[in-house]
Design a protein around this ligand. Structure first.
Ligand SMILES: [Zn+2]
Length: 249
């Protein structure tokens, strides 16, 4: 499932390959992916405009258009962005922009859980998990009785941390996913912020959250790649969670 690093790679792809290009045509006929817009509504708003910016906050991504409203592109569970593909049109292509120069930008999504929307509402999103300030992180994360893992995955608190990135960052920081968010010291909070940033940067560089150090060991019988202890497994915040009972006490 795309988390912050996957979305950042998609954003960077759009930034490097699609900005400055003018939209000649739009296929917005998938009324589920393009809800609540009627077919043709996004096309009317976007056709003739030029892509001038690509932005991300957590897992939310949008492009800025010259002479048009922002266009939100959400990858959902299985979506990815393809710029200038080989020309094939697949059943899993849910939204398509054709550029005047002959190329294209496609949202390709097997499970159809991605979303394309004009003027995306970002008001419920916390600051980006990789950009939030030290004080902002302390104030937002270090409160309440929720398990720490649930707190860092709450997109209204900080945006971008999904299930795998949460396990990876808590493992790096040596913090139990079960500890009460409000019980952490400032030092622990600062360490967790650094761990999230480091895990995020690494995943962006290497290709996605699946490249994390803990991730390959998240399976029954898995052991901690740092200390060798048998990993614990439980459902926390509704999600399957793995952690090391020895160095994440
Ligand atoms: Zn360990």
């Amino acid at each position: 499932m795309p988390e912050l690093p996957e979305v950042e790679r998609a954003r960077a792809l759009i930034e490097s390959a699609a900005l400055g290009r003018k939209v000649a045509a739009v296929d917005d006929t998938d009324t589920w992916v393009c809800r609540p817009h009627a077919p043709g509504e996004i096309a009317d708003a976007v056709t003739g405009a030029t892509l001038v910016g690509a932005h991300r906050q957590g897992k939310a991504m949008w492009v800025d258009l010259e002479d048009g409203p922002p266009l939100g592109l959400h990858l959902g569970m299985t979506g990815r962005i393809v710029v200038d593909g080989n020309g094939d049109r697949l059943r899993s292509d849910r939204f398509r922009i054709d550029f005047e120069d002959g190329g294209s930008l496609v949202l390709r999504d097997m499970r159809r859980l991605g979303r394309v929307v004009l003027d995306p509402d970002l008001s419920g999103l916390g600051p980006d998990a990789a950009e939030v300030t030290r004080n902002g992180f302390r104030e937002r994360i270090g409160r309440g009785t929720a398990p720490l893992k649930a707190r860092i995955m709450d997109q209204s608190v900080i945006a971008g941390v999904g299930n795998l990135l949460a396990d990876e960052a808590l493992w790096r920081a040596g913090l139990s996913p079960r500890s009460e968010a409000g019980s952490l010291s400032e030092e622990e909070l600062d360490g967790l912020r650094r761990a999230i940033r480091a895990a995020t940067r690494r995943a962006i560089r290497l290709g996605g959250v699946h490249t994390g150090e803990l991730i390959p060991h998240r399976e029954r019988g898995g052991t901690c790649p740092r200390c060798g202890a048998a990993l614990e497994r439980a459902t926390i915040g509704g999600r399957t969670t793995y952690w090391c009972p020895r160095h994440q006490p």
